[in-house]
Design a protein around this ligand. Structure first.
Ligand SMILES: *[C@@H]1O[C@H](CO)[C@@H](O)[C@H](O)[C@H]1NC(C)=O
Ligand SMILES: *[C@@H]1O[C@H](CO)[C@@H](O)[C@H](O)[C@H]1NC(C)=O
Ligand SMILES: *[C@@H]1O[C@H](CO)[C@@H](O)[C@H](O)[C@H]1NC(C)=O
Ligand SMILES: *[C@@H]1O[C@H](CO)[C@@H](O)[C@H](O)[C@H]1NC(C)=O
Ligand SMILES: *[C@@H]1O[C@H](CO)[C@@H](O)[C@H](O)[C@H]1NC(C)=O
Ligand SMILES: *[C@@H]1O[C@H](CO)[C@@H](O)[C@H](O)[C@H]1NC(C)=O
Length: 183
């Protein structure tokens, strides 16, 4: 997952066609309480990306869970991911750099740096927006393997505002799917 983290982040594009009702993606401003709040187990729920390598992975992922634990330095998080892609299960350990000064997280995999911002949301949700690629990319993870209909609809509204259609949103198999409003 950083395949999943790698996968699931994106720039809040100021689309010309953006409806008036679109709520902006508001990044969390990191302080010394942010990291303790995101430690522990998360389940990847859904994501969308226009970045072709991410798209290929999103299509293949049928389950992903990850866990953040304190790293060896205060600006690092250790991450263990369990990803099922097609019929193959992969377990990966990685380290995530946390830059408090600009509220970003960075992950390096195979020499490729992925940067993400955390988007303000419910405390039991983790919405990640990739920022170092020129394609919108957003993912939803949660403390539980499923999320409420309301939370899913809020996430889908963000995706719709980024210009994604229903067909471009990839879900893990567990959650209950609801159509994009008006889409
Ligand atoms: C968190 O930061 C605030 C303000 O920067 C500081 O007063 C407080 O002592 C810090 N708390 C911890 C646990 O480091
Ligand atoms: C974090 O992960 C690194 C690399 O796998 C490891 O060397 C280090 O001991 C881990 N830190 C903690 C606190 O577990
Ligand atoms: C998953 O399966 C699809 C279709 O069978 C294939 O194109 C893709 O390369 C596979 N991906 C992985 C990561 O195995
Ligand atoms: C990954 O980290 C976990 C927890 O720190 C450890 O139990 C496991 O052996 C590590 N796996 C690999 C492949 O490094
Ligand atoms: C955040 O700060 C780090 C360290 O200064 C820098 O490497 C990274 O590019 C910055 N990220 C953004 C999105 O500005
Ligand atoms: C997740 O699913 C279970 C079983 O269907 C349900 O009881 C629970 O309320 C759901 N959780 C959320 C956050 O919707």
């Amino acid at each position: 997952m950083l395949a999943t983290l790698t996968l699931f982040l994106g720039l809040p594009l100021a689309l010309a066609t953006e409806p008036q009702s679109c709520a902006p993606l508001v990044p969390i401003t990191f302080d010394n309480t942010t990291i303790p709040q995101i430690l522990g187990q998360w389940f990847y729920i859904a994501g969308a990306s226009r970045y072709p390598p991410h798209l290929a992975e999103l299509r293949a992922v049928t389950f992903a869970a990850f866990s953040f634990s304190p790293g060896s330095h205060e600006d690092e998080l250790n991450c263990t991911e369990i990803i099922r892609m097609n019929e193959t299960c992969v377990v990966k350990n990685s380290t995530i750099q946390v830059f408090q000064q600009n509220s970003t997280m960075a992950h390096v995999e195979n020499g490729v740096v992925s940067m993400a911002r955390l988007i303000q949301s419910d405390k039991d949700l983790l919405i990640l927006n990739h920022i170092n690629i020129d394609f919108p990319s957003l993912s939803l993870s949660a403390r539980t393997p499923n999320v409420s209909k309301e939370h899913m609809e809020e996430f889908k509204a963000h995706l719709q505002c980024l210009g994604f259609t229903e067909d471009e949103v990839f879900h893990t198999s567990i959650e209950v799917q609801t159509p994009l409003q008006g889409g």
